[in-house]
Design a protein. Structure first.
Length: 590
């Protein structure tokens, strides 16, 4: 029998509040109310402690003591007004009056995802700042925004992947009602909201959950430290905590989906796997519009999206890295790290990734030193999310430089066309649509004890990075964050306004693309893609001549005067197009 959610945290009802916390090793748990009494909690079952009191209400600040230790903030606090080390605040989730009753969600096949960092997306750096740009995003042609993690983190700035307070929106971005306003307004604008969540590791600072229960295991490691305990002693409580968290965002905040960070780092030998249990819980406990559970996973694992009845995990989609890596190798010349596995990439390989959803399906990976991938045959193309940029692929470079710093403007436009016409779910990273010149650098704001080690670790990471001569920006300094904030004047100026016009036209074209797909590679650097009645010819390098279907009319090409200040239009004959540099042509068969 599945538990009744929500379980953890402070829950106002009538004229009282029920507090519930999981602390299986504690002999006693005490609630310390700000400006009020200290009250004992009673153990209920499975290590859960609870009490109900009329001495608290919405706005009350509180902490917990575990025996003589503490006081600690609530691991499931709905808000941390003074940051992750301060007291928790009682929040009434039903106090907000939602206006999205008519919202029906966005089907997966219609998703065009726009990934953004709340703090760096606008100068305001808040939920309300994002809300002010929703009409722009709708008019651009995206159908969903994906928020990088918003649960609270230590300090004033962070990517969000240092999880500390899983249930609490980051106080630097705004109060919980501001996030609700954002989601509500997005729905009324016609946009879905997907939230990035982290269940594979704890943050190094302020993650008090492990003081309450065995959240970590010493049986396996992740790149971020000890793995989350999903299958050891006490794992049932850990799993229940994260299931409660996922349902919290989907139900209390009406978000349309979760992007599950690095699911390959979820070490779990249980049956069912945590991800299968998560998808089952969402199906059982979440009503209303269609929700999307999307895995970020490097394994090309078809099991992720297979139905639970067939032994799968029942997720809705998975990030597919292969297309991005192939395109960077072919056009930008990347050679290190995981790019080693793609050094012989040709357009034919890219065509395979587009046709099937991913490329590696069990071949040996030089980077991993083992086979990688499974058969993509059972996977629908709309179950794969593809991109030419995302926060990792930009921000995890030494200086956070974007793709536009490594390829020509003509190549960038050609890659943009390819991304927008494939049948997979396209993802854009904020500012990509106008070829933003601002980098997206790695930034943190840890305390004086942890901060220097973060700085040193970042420098060590790139010490042997070939071809990189400059200093690695100090993530602890304010400057990397300040550099990463988008400049909203850019899209009004050349050449950025032309790239923005191209993206507008490409995304407006997507609904006209047919369901049938044919993709082929006439040469090592050219592609021809057909989604009748739309045909696309793409040249990724140098000059090229490509055949076109007879009786076609040109809808757009990347050398139009409206897209570039220095056009070099391709030459057309009745059935061919000749490129003098990288570019793409979109035609309609009559």
């Amino acid at each position: 029998m599945s538990p009744s959610f929500p379980l953890h945290g402070a829950h106002p009802h009538d004229d009282a509040v029920t507090f519930c916390v999981w602390a299986p090793a504690a002999d006693a748990v005490t609630l310390a109310l700000g400006g009020g009494p200290s009250l004992p909690l009673s153990e209920t079952e499975d290590g859960l402690f609870a009490c109900t009191t009329d001495a608290a209400g919405p706005g009350t600040r509180y902490r917990f003591r575990l025996g003589d230790e503490g006081p600690f903030p609530d691991p499931a606090a709905r808000f941390q007004p003074e940051g992750v080390h301060g007291p928790s605040e009682v929040i009434a989730p039903d106090a907000y009056e939602w206006g999205d009753a008519d919202w029906n969600g966005i089907p997966r096949e219609d998703l065009v995802v726009y990934e953004l960092h709340v703090g760096a997306f606008t100068e305001a750096g808040t939920f309300d700042g994002v809300r002010e740009q929703l009409a722009y995003l709708r008019d651009l042609g995206v159908t969903a925004i994906e928020l990088m993690p918003v649960h609270d983190f230590p300090g004033a700035r962070n990517w969000g992947y240092d999880p500390a307070a899983w249930f609490a929106p980051a106080h630097t971005y705004g109060r919980p009602e501001a996030l609700r306003r954002l989601v509500d307004a997005a729905h009324q604008t016609g946009l879905a909201v997907i939230l990035d969540v982290i269940y594979n590791h704890l943050g190094p600072d302020g993650a008090y959950a492990n003081a309450f229960g065995p959240f970590l295991t010493d049986t396996s490691e992740t790149p971020w430290g000890p793995a989350i305990n999903l299958d050891g002693d006490g794992a049932a409580g850990v799993r229940r905590f994260f299931l409660d968290n996922a349902l919290h965002w989907l139900r209390e905040y009406h978000v349309d989906g979760l992007r599950l960070d690095a699911t390959h780092a979820l070490r779990d030998e249980s049956d069912p796997h945590f991800l299968a249990e998560l998808s089952a819980a969402v199906g059982e406990h979440v009503d209303g519009p269609e929700r999307h559970l999307i895995a970020e996973d490097r394994r090309n694992l078809n099991r992720l999206v297979q139905p639970r009845d067939d032994g799968g995990y029942g997720l809705d989609a998975v990030w597919s890295d292969d297309l991005h890596h192939q395109l960077r190798v072919l056009t930008a010349g990347d050679t290190e790290g995981y790019y080693r596995d793609y050094q012989d990439t040709t357009a034919a390989d890219i065509a395979t990734s587009i046709r099937d959803g991913w490329f590696f399906r069990g071949e040996h990976s030089e980077h991993l030193g083992e086979p990688r991938g499974t058969d993509p045959g059972p996977v629908a193309r709309t179950e794969c999310v593809v991109f030419i940029q995302n926060h990792d692929q930009v921000g995890n470079r030494p200086t956070g430089n974007r793709l536009t710093g490594d390829v020509s403007p003509a190549t960038y436009r050609a890659l943009s066309v390819l991304l927008c016409v494939v049948p997979e779910v396209p993802l854009l990273f904020m500012g990509q649509e106008w070829a933003a010149s601002t980098p997206f650098q790695f930034f943190t704001d840890h305390d004086e004890e942890l901060g220097p080690s973060v700085t040193e670790g970042r420098r060590d990471e790139f010490a042997d990075f070939s071809g990189f001569e400059g200093a690695v920006p100090d993530p602890q300094a304010p400057v990397p964050f300040e550099r990463s904030v988008l400049d909203w004047e850019e899209p009004t100026r050349p050449p950025h306004d032309g790239v923005l016009a191209l993206y507008h036209d490409l995304l407006a074209l997507r609904p006209r693309l047919g369901d049938e797909l044919t993709v082929e590679a006439p040469s090592d650097t050219t592609l021809r893609l057909e989604r009748p009645p739309i045909h696309v010819a793409v040249n990724l390098e140098g000059t090229a001549d490509l055949d076109l279907a007879s009786g076609t009319s040109v809808l757009l090409h990347t050398e139009q005067a409206g897209y570039t200040p220095a056009p070099r239009p391709p030459a057309f004959t009745v059935e061919t197009v000749s490129f003098s540099r990288p570019g793409a042509v979109v035609v309609r068969a009559e």
